[in-house]
Ligand binder design. Structure first.
Ligand code: SF4
Length: 226
């Protein structure tokens, strides 16, 4: 959905760092904490976020994702040498103009770098953001078949899935059922309970604005978003 953002914003780093502290404190473990953009290296305060994620023993793996358009600064490459970090380059063909150079740099410096080439697989198009009018039974069935398993932490809110978070910024109704407001919750116990409950959802409001899990999802070539 990134290309649909007309007015992208950079959130203040101190807000993000304190959000991360609260989230890490509230949960038992995070298997993968993935930092991504838009293009991740456009964010000028990325290093403190990487350091924060690596500093928590609860985070098992940190991933940083880039589209290979920006060569990371030396200080970021140094941080990314950490054995708990995997650097992923999503290769968008000719648009990822520095991908090979970055990969060579990573190999030289001992950064674990994985390049995902466009011919690796296809992407799925979940459809536009109109309301589908599905019944509760249909929504439950849809979520059972949904392959989107990542939570999305955006602007202090932990959303059930990326579609729910980015959709809410692009005009889809922002349902309190679909996220936990980590930034607003001051009680750790309540925060833990709310995160637990989020993980138990059988469907969310955003599913009614999405085709994933319905068998009607179109495959589209990687790197051709619009
Ligand atoms: S909105 Fe529902 S069906 Fe769509 S990706 Fe999110 S959880 Fe899956």
């Amino acid at each position: 959905m990134m290309p649909y953002f007309k007015h992208p914003v950079d959130y203040p780093v101190n807000d993000l760092l304190s959000d991360m502290d609260k989230l890490f404190d509230a949960v038992d473990a995070i298997q993968i904490f993935r930092l991504l953009g838009g293009e991740t290296f456009l964010y000028k305060d990325l290093n403190p976020l990487i350091e924060k994620a690596l500093s928590s023993p609860k985070v098992k793996t940190v991933e940083v994702v880039s589209n290979g358009t920006i060569i990371p600064p030396q200080s970021t490459l140094e941080l990314m040498k950490n054995p708990r970090l995997i650097f992923q380059i999503s290769h968008y063909g000719k648009y990822s103009r520095h991908a090979e150079e970055i990969k060579a740099l990573c190999d030289k410096m001992g950064v674990k770098c994985v390049v995902r080439y466009p011919d690796d697989k296809t992407w799925s198009y979940f459809g536009d953001l109109h309301f589908r009018g599905r019944s509760e039974k249909e929504l439950r069935h849809q979520l059972k078949n949904c392959a989107s398993i990542c939570r999305n932490f955006l602007d202090g809110r932990l959303y059930f899935c990326p579609r729910a978070s980015f959709g809410s910024k692009l005009g889809m109704p922002d349902s309190p059922n679909d996220f936990v407001d980590v930034r607003a919750e001051s009680d750790r116990k309540i925060l833990r309970r709310k995160i637990f409950e989020l993980n138990q959802k059988r469907y969310i409001a955003a599913c009614n604005y999405c085709d994933e899990g319905t068998g009607e999802v179109k495959s589209v070539p990687v790197a051709e978003q619009m």
